[in-house]
Design a protein around this ligand. Sequence first.
Ligand code: AMP
Ligand code: MG
Length: 291
Amino acid sequence: MAKSKAAKARPRDGRVSDMVRVPRGPVDLSAFDTTATPGFDGDKEAGKVALADLGPRIADLQEKLFAEGATGGRRSLLLVLQGMDTSGKGGTVRHVLGQVDPQGVAHTAFKVPTAEEKAHDFLWRFRRALPGPGMLGVFDRSYFEDVLVVRVHDLVPKQTWSRRYATINRFEESLVSKGTVVVKCFLHISRQESRDRLLARLDDPTKQWKFKPGDIDEREYWGAYEQAYADALEKCNTDSAPWHVIPSDRKWYRNWAITNLLVEHLEAMALDWPKPDFDVEEQRRRLLATE
Ligand code: AMP
Ligand code: MG
């Protein structure tokens, strides 16, 4: 099939980040294949093995970032996860972030804003949840909801939400300038796959808790969400914080691709183990002189 040929033709030694990065200009989501596996030409079993192989690498890099933060460094990484219901934001957290030390992960899932959150500007709750030095932050939904659900459901006037793209760009730019690497992922699933996953939630008593009757009503707005996503992906696709579209119909590919994105961005930070600010030999002698 053309699809698998396309995946095979890609440079397997290239950066996955470059392969899934959204090109500049208008975005047409229907042009992205939700079942594609850019950068990977194996099957599910091979994908799971490849993910396990990355585990020690991401864990080592994350520990170096944490160590840097514990010794005066200011840098951090923020993973922004966006996607329709059932796109796998939670699964990504479990399978990708589950490979690193939980002490170094600052995870926040953003829901409908509370009364307190609504009383502030839309960025307020996100500023409070930013990763501190050395932390790997994860936003499961983010300030992009303020140009997505808010736009689709007319929760504020167009005049208000349409100004937010520029505000978000300035916000992300300021994060990056202060040493936070921002990695934005849109988990892209097809409408059919979403239907299958909602059905699976209904069919499985261990998954029914994730289902809300409103999830079916939201499907009516699929097209409106696609348009809102396309605009967010176009207008907030900056050099400091570019967007990535992760084909997410295959969960194993989604996990592998996002792990690669994190590994690649952490590697680009040129992290190293902090050098001690004491004389190791002197401390060894002192210690050995004790009982
Ligand atoms: P879930 O991710 O399934 O737990 O659902 C969280 C819900 O919060 C989703 O239905 C989002 O659309 C909603 N949500 C997140 N941010 C906002 C926001 N700024 N305004 C309104 N609804 C939001
Ligand atoms: Mg939900």
